[in-house]
Design a protein around this ligand. Structure first.
Ligand code: 5AD
Ligand code: SF4
Length: 585
């Protein structure tokens, strides 16, 4: 049987991007080839997001198109992975019989065998020369869903954590060509990578599907995380972003660790009081989030930038802030969603903190980490939901007050989207009219844009270390090689697979990461080449390749750029030729 051509498209958050990368690595090792466009593919996989309804609708419309295509192409295999698969389960296959494979985010290690079965079943149709209608009757349906089993028993889940193998088996060869058909894509040296430290979430915010789709919070053993960072560093990675739904909640109790077949198993999150300030567990060896950060910083010195998302505003101890302050290669960048500026709404959301507790944290974080005079300001970004059930103008005003008080570098603003299965959906009527949600969304975005602009201005004249990601999108356009994009936003192509960016951009329910127009950069006609990258505070920075330097040599490096002009979230600067030559390879 020939090697199947796969098209994989990713929706939603960074966790999904990482899942897609791991799944693609695994499939590639088994002989699957990846293609850039769905047209030539025999297998089409969507790694889906369920966090807002609009994200799901995009997938439904893609599936509708595939249903038409499958009429003429009955051997096509269609797979839905991720949160939508987990949330809708078999009902999804009933509604969309075009789907052959369903695989929840907690079962992705099983995807290769599911796909293999589905592919063989569909291929046998070809041999039998069956019609499209017959093909429908001979469904290849392959399903792996967690069905929330991870919440049933801590020991059982820990003892059967085969998903850990997916992260452990990560392919890290830097120049490995993921797809012989697209050698250029595969040959790009990968310099930035995500590393998962926790999976799932135990917070049960009343609006959120994540605790249901990704299951209980599980912490990976620190040794696994550090080994993965080392492997990535050996392969040329210089920037690592640690991922977790509540990343700062990371905590691994070695005394309680289970080992199976010589492999230490991930561990259920355990609740304990007191935050991370001083560890309350005497006699039990514990790796806290602060310990983990400092170990990675010390043990993997070639990582020039260590970042983490997303932080939960509670339980964020001074120990973590001290570690960030004292370790120069840890970015002074925190993504700590507040969700609302009204105590009443926060309570209904089950967020577990008040506005004043949130602000206490922001002030404490700035106290430790905001050192602009030393060239090390703290950048804070957030998420806000507007139009939560029962939200009044006064609640919304309080949210605007919070945005003004915190002064986020940027803030994602989402319109509340009722999600079946969540407490808010079951208990609270979605009673804020969409017109009001839209107005609040726009008002909040306007306030945030002004603040972003003011904060960006503070960077004028500063020289920032910029991790160069590639040609600016405007430069791509200029060259008629548009960046692959799903609903706007930044997207990367890794090994011929398109990896899309953070949830929310150009999502009808969302706004705020970056005004898409500004994120393009500017087309400069003539001989200059515009690159874009990110500062350690997560600002998007554009600059031209100086004469005598080449774009290829700069991409994937951290270079000093002096900021000369700003436009909201976009900073425009200059890299002098000498720096380009001197900067680290
Ligand atoms: N409606 C709107 N926004 C939501 N988010 C999560 N669930 C919902 C929902 N039901 C937002 C939160 C979270 C971000 C990832 O998505 O702000 O931080
Ligand atoms: Fe969802 Fe709340 Fe968990 Fe974040 S902390 S993933 S918003 S339940």
């Amino acid at each position: 049987m020939s090697r199947p051509r796969v098209y994989l498209e990713t929706f939603g958050c960074q966790m999904n991007e990482l899942d897609s990368e791991l799944v693609a690595g695994q499939l590639h090792a088994l002989g699957y080839r990846f293609v850039d466009e769905p047209e030539g593919a025999q297998v089409i996989l969507y790694n889906t997001c369920s966090v807002r309804e609009h994200a799901e609708q995009k997938v439904w419309s893609r599936l509708g198109e595939l249903a038409i295509r499958k009429q003429d192409d009955p051997v096509l295999v269609v797979g839905v992975l991720g949160c939508l698969a987990e949330r809708d389960g078999v009902a999804l296959v009933k509604r969309m019989p075009v789907v052959d494979v369903l695989c929840g985010p907690g079962e992705l290690d099983k995807l290769p065998s599911l796909l293999d079965n589905a592919y063989r079943t569909r291929q046998s149709l070809l041999a039998d020369r069956v019609t499209a209608t017959d093909a429908d009757r001979r469904s290849a349906s392959q399903i792996a869903l967690q069905g929330n089993s991870s919440r049933r028993s801590a020991t059982l889940a820990a003892a059967q954590d085969s998903l850990e193998m997916l992260d452990l088996s990560r392919a890290t060869s830097p120049l490995e060509t993921m797809d012989e058909d697209h050698p250029s894509a595969g040959a790009v040296r990968k310099r930035s990578a995500y590393v998962r430290i926790t999976r799932g979430c135990n917070k049960f915010c009343t609006y959120c599907v994540v605790p249901f789709t990704r299951g209980a919070e599980v912490h990976r053993p620190p040794e696994h995380i550090i080994d993965e960072c080392k492997k990535l560093a050996d392969a040329g990675v210089i920037e690592i972003t640690l991922l977790g739904q509540t990343v700062n909640h990371y905590r691994f109790e070695h005394g309680a660790a289970v080992t199976i077949g010589g492999v230490v198993q991930p561990q259920k999150g355990r609740s304990y009081a007191g935050g991370h300030r001083r560890d309350p567990f005497a006699g039990l060896r514990v790796t806290t989030f602060a310990d983990l950060l400092s170990r990675i910083h010390e043990e993997v010195p070639s990582i020039e930038r260590l970042r983490f998302v997303t932080s939960y505003p509670r339980d964020f101890g001074d120990d973590v802030l001290e570690v960030i302050r004292d370790h120069p290669r840890i970015c002074r960048y925190l993504h700590v969603p507040a969700q609302s500026g009204s105590d009443r709404i926060l309570k209904l959301m089950n967020r577990g903190y008040t506005v004043s507790e949130y602000l206490e944290f922001i002030d404490r974080a700035r106290g430790f980490l905001h050192e602009p005079a030393k060239g090390r300001p703290l950048s804070i970004s957030g998420d806000i939901i507007v139009g939560f059930p029962t939200e009044s103008e006064a609640d919304f005003d309080a949210t605007i007050g919070l945005i003004e008080r915190v002064r986020y570098k940027n803030c994602f603003i989402f319109k509340y989207s009722p999600r079946p299965g969540t407490t808010a959906f079951d208990k609270l009527e979605d009673d804020v009219p969409d017109a009001i949600k839209r107005r609040w969304n726009n008002t909040a975005l306007d306030v945030q844009s002004r603040i972003s602009d003011e904060l960006s201005r503070e960077s004028l004249g500063r020289t920032l270390g910029v991790f160069v990601e590639g040609l600016s999108r405007m430069e791509e356009k200029k060259r008629e090689r548009p960046a692959k994009s799903c609903g706007g936003g930044v997207s990367l192509t890794i090994g011929g697979k398109v990896i899309h960016s953070h949830a929310g951009e150009e999502d009808e329910d969302a706004g705020g990461l970056m005004a898409p127009v500004e994120a393009l950069g500017e087309a400069v006609m003539g001989a200059t080449t515009q690159l874009s990258g990110r500062s350690d505070g997560d600002h998007i920075v554009f600059f031209d390749v100086p004469s005598g330097a080449s774009a290829d040599e700069l991409v994937g490096r951290i270079v000093p750029v002096t900021i000369e002009r700003v436009q909201r979230l976009s900073l425009f600067g200059r890299l002098d030729g000498a720096s380009a030559g001197r900067s680290k390879k």
